[in-house]
Structure formats: C-alpha cells, structure tokens
Design a protein around this ligand. Structure first.
Ligand code: ADE
Length: 240
C-alpha cells in the first residue's frame, strides 16, 4: 500500500511530504497453494504483483504438520463424520505469518462467518494492513483457532470443499480496488453507483450499435450527459 508520511521542518508553514510505496502483503495459509496459480498469475491480479502493489506469499500448512506424517487433521471429539484441521499446525502457521507481518489482519473463510460484502472489500483495501488468509479443508477446523482470527467470513449460503476459492474471491475483490491496479479502466463514475451494498452497475454497451438486430439504447448514443446519467440511475439494479 502506498503510505503517506509527513515530516514538518523547522521552517514554520513548510511541510515536506514523502510518498513511499510498500506492497500490501497477502499471505495465504493453505494445503493447496497450486490452486492459486491460475487466478493470481493472470490479468490484473498478476499485474498488481508485477507493479509491486501487492505481494502474494504462500505458507503451506503441511510444513507445520505434526509427526513424521506431517499430520494436520484429526477426528472430531464427540464423534461425527470427517476430519477437522488440528489447532497446532494452523496456529503455528498463523504465528509464522504474523512474524512476517505483525500488523496483518487474520481472515478465516467459513460458511459460519458473516456474509462478505463489497463494503468489506472497500474497508480491507482502504486499510494499510496486510492480510493473512487461513484456508480450512476437510470438514472444518478446531474452533479454538478462531482465537487467532480477526474476522470470519462466508461468501454465500452454500458449502465448498475448502477456503481456497473464498480466499481468491476476497483477494480479487480487494486487489482491484487498490490504487494503480485498474487505473483508468474503472471510472469513478461507475464505482459511485456501487457506493453501498444495495446497488450494482447499470448495463453497458459497446460497438456495434446494432448486433443481430439488438440495438444499443438510443439515449447512450445521444451525447446528452444528464440524460445518460438519469438512464443509468434508473437502470442500476438492487442487489439480491
Ligand atoms: N468454506 C466452505 N464454504 C464456504 C463459504 N460459503 N464461504 C466461506 N468459506 C467457506
């Protein structure tokens, strides 16, 4: 993240402002780092790292497994199907990530978390904090790991096989908001329609004007800014 650092000189009224950039550190704790390659290695998420706006770092949970078999999971107390992530490897991995970035915020994707929204993406992008995202697997995790977590979130009312896809969704939604990632490709005008969690973008069109008989709405060709704005305001959709 860019950080603003000001230094007042001894001359009254003169403030020197230095701008320095440090990449926002995104540390991902996972048993499956390979899953991220395609998503983080392409397009804007790749560019963001190339431009040193973010850094992606992987911590393989297996490295913190217990015993010769590097065990990371175990059966649930009280019985039940499936295996749970053990607390020792998860907390050791979080502690290593914290050593790399002591101020980082620890996120845990879980269907039990609060629903992740655009306002969360904005808040996380606007903060100066790095993120540590813990990706659970198997049937879940030992609840005691949540003592080391700042925020649990769900990406929707359905259950996935692990936290990797939700982690990628959070990364994508945050990184695209960081200054310098999308540049001119996203207009503040469009973003202003997404200022809350209530509404999403209006429909958009590009050339050709007539595609197989389906025409671009006339108002968009009119060049009349106020009318276009009014049309867009009317067409923006409420979120479900
Ligand atoms: N892990 C499994 N399902 C999930 C969901 N819907 N949201 C976040 N993490 C999950």
């Amino acid at each position: 993240m860019g950080a603003l650092c000001d230094k007042t000189t001894s001359t009254p009224g003169v403030v020197l402002v230095f701008w320095y950039n440090t990449a926002m550190k995104l540390q991902i704790i996972t048993l499956f780092p390979e899953m991220f390659k395609g998503v983080l290695g392409n397009s804007m998420l790749w560019k963001a790292q190339d431009r040193e706006i973010v850094s992606y770092e992987f911590i393989n949970l297996r490295d913190f497994g217990l015993g010769p078999r590097k065990q990371v999971d175990d059966t649930p107390y009280g019985g039940g199907d499936g295996m749970l992530l053990k607390p020792e490897p998860v907390v050791a991995a979080i502690e290593q990530a914290k050593q790399n970035d002591p101020d980082a915020r620890v996120l845990l994707p879980t269907p039990r978390g609060k629903t992740y929204k655009q306002s969360d993406a904005k808040r996380l992008a606007a903060g100066q904090q790095g993120l540590i995202i813990v990706c659970p697997r198997y049937e879940g995790y030992d609840e005691r790991i949540t003592e080391w977590v700042d925020e649990s979130f769900s990406i929707g009312n359905y259950v996935l096989t692990g936290g990797e896809l939700p982690a990628m969704i959070v990364i994508d939604s945050v990184v695209r908001l960081l200054p310098g990632v999308l540049g001119g490709e996203t207009s503040t005008e469009i973003e202003s329609f997404q200022a809350d969690d209530q509404t999403i973008e209006f429909p958009q069109y590009t050339r050709p004007e007539d595609f197989r008989g389906h025409k671009v709405p006339r108002v968009l060709l009119s060049g009349h800014h106020a009318e276009i704005q009014a049309w867009r305001a009317k067409k923006q959709k409420p979120l479900n």
